[in-house]
Design a protein around this ligand. Structure first.
Ligand code: BES
Ligand code: MN
Ligand code: ZN
Length: 492
């Protein structure tokens, strides 16, 4: 049976004195102005100014992201040092995360038994966890089905200059992001609604989340006709997964809701091949919810949080939903289907309705919802579409702190009419292509009642066409870090 690699889980340890370590490679930072980090200073002293000379001659520079792998002249210390340029400006959390990940990726070109990352020694305590999270993030890539893996991850990663708390936190966050990425990178033959639900169940059991799975019969009984309609054309029937973390006593929960279209062919409004080729990624919202729930459970966050994953596969067959169909959603509102490729909002209609029945004090949904959002903001920026300005600001603050780019799009009333149907309550497309990200959000707004809510369109940032130094192409795990921070800091 085809099986992908296990998720990377290198041994992580604390290293007191990297210079004394034999048979390893040490990763340490050099500032943009040429200042050596403490580990490099020690090295320099033990070698009569080896590094100072290289820096003075301009052979090794501290430009942010620059990497120089040098053989150490020390006969009884580590074999090599990877000098990482930290740049001239103060590092942000995402800069530090990216540098740690890029360093691990740089060293994954061959087998390395043991690497020691000392990048944390130049960072304030509250930022040290990202070095660990970034290093683990850098161990995962999209090449999960190669018989001879092109990248090899170290068996052991040591960390110098940081505390055990940073290791524990970083490990949880890095591995949770990788869990999200792996689900997205898995092809649709591997991850379909029922198998996604099984993974969710397993993850929930491992980290102490409550997990409820709604199968077709339960979806029927609950009146989730919209989810069932989208999944009707597929041999792989839909599911709804509910994950609960109880850390906040009697307080009303936060809800996070994800679009989980495990493959989006477009249905009868069929996508061309170029548009369909990456559509295994269309469950990234649901995978983001699962990764985030895993992290907050393992971190023991003192909040009540419920995650909802609406799972269906959008296919073409004799039983698929059709153009002109009218569906009575779980909420009672009717929707007219004018394009079967606008399926994410249809799945979310019922999923959001289930979520608001849990009376959340705030709700966020994540969805690879529209190509239009990518046209508006480019592929790296997530679109925020709220019904509540102050909730939106808390998401913006969390995203800013984690360095994940987001931008708010307007939700003016003037868009409301654009999803009105002549036949049903609403239609599942706007008027032409214009403002497509916003009209999709306006559709969703019909299903959130008066719960403070932010819709996050991650069609661009969830899945990358090309690699960067800090990550492979494919799934990115975008917004997991932002959501964790938002949940940890949520006061209302
Ligand atoms: N899953 C797609 C959106 C998408 C496109 C995500 C590219 C990631 C990358 C979504 O279901 C879709 O097909 N949206 C249509 C909506 C249209 C038919 C109103 C789109 O964006 O074209
Ligand atoms: Mn679609
Ligand atoms: Zn879709």
């Amino acid at each position: 049976m085809l099986e992908s690699l296990p998720l990377p889980s290198p041994n992580l340890s604390l290293i007191a004195d990297p210079i004394q370590d034999r048979e390893s490679i040490v990763v340490a930072g050099l500032s943009g102005d040429g200042t050596l980090s403490p580990t490099l200073v020690q090295w320099d002293e033990a070698t009569n100014g080896w590094l100072t000379r290289l820096v003075e001659k301009g052979q090794v520079r501290g430009k942010q992201g620059e990497m120089n792998l040098l053989a150490s002249p020390l006969s009884d210390g580590p074999n090599m040092v990877l000098v990482v340029g930290l740049g001239k400006k103060t590092l942000s959390r995402s800069n530090a995360f990216d540098l740690a990940s890029a360093a691990v990726r740089k060293l994954s070109d061959r087998r390395r038994d043991r690497i020691i990352i000392a990048l944390g020694e130049s960072l304030p305590v509250e930022m040290q966890d990202v070095v660990v999270a970034g290093a683990i993030f850098g161990c995962e890539n999209q090449a999960i089905y190669q018989s001879e893996p092109s990248a090899t991850i170290p068996a052991e990663i040591g960390f110098a200059g940081i505390g055990q708390a940073a290791i524990d936190r970083g490990r949880i966050i890095g591995s949770s992001i990788n869990q999200t990425r792996r689900l997205v990178n898995e092809p649709s033959a591997m991850i379909y609604p029922a198998s996604f639900a099984e993974v969710a169940k397993k993850v929930a059991a491992e980290c102490g989340l409550e997990c409820e799975i709604w199968d077709e019969a339960k979806l029927e009984a609950e009146g989730c006709r919209a989810i069932l309609a989208v999944g009707a054309g597929s041999a792989a029937p839909p599911r709804l997964v509910i994950l609960k973390h109880n850390g906040g006593g009697a307080e009303a929960p936060l809800a996070i809701v994800g679009k989980g279209v495990t493959f989006d062919s477009g249905g009868l409004s069929l996508k061309p091949s170029e548009g369909m080729v990456d559509m295994k990624c269309d469950m990234a919202g649901a995978a983001t919810v699962l990764g985030t729930m895993r992290a907050i459970a393992q971190l023991g966050v003192k909040q009540n949080v419920i995650g909802f994953c609406g799972l269906a596969e959008n296919m073409v067959s004799g039983s698929c939903y059709k153009l002109g169909d009218v569906i009575e959603t779980r909420s009672g509102k009717t929707i007219e289907i004018l394009n079967t490729d606008a399926e994410g909002r249809v799945v979310l209609a019922d999923t959001l309705d289930v979520a608001i029945q849990h009376s959340p004090r705030a709700m966020v949904d994540l969805a690879t919802l529209t190509g239009a959002c990518m046209v508006a903001l480019g592929v790296e920026v997530a679109g925020l579409m709220p019904n509540d300005a102050s909730l939106c600001e808390t998401i913006e603050v969390a995203a800013e702190e984690e360095g994940e780019p987001v931008w708010q799009l307007p939700m003016f009333d003037l868009y409301d009419d654009k999803v009105k149907s002549k036949i049903a309550d609403i239609k599942n497309v706007g008027e032409g292509r214009w403002g497509g990200a916003i009209t999709a959000a306006k559709f969703l707004e019909n299903f959130v009642g008066d719960v403070p809510w932010v819709h996050i369109d991650i069609a661009g940032p969830a899945f990358a066409d090309s690699a960067k130094p800090h990550r492979d192409a494919g799934a990115t795990g975008a917004m997991v870090r932002t959501l964790i921070r938002w949940i940890e800091n949520a006061t209302h």
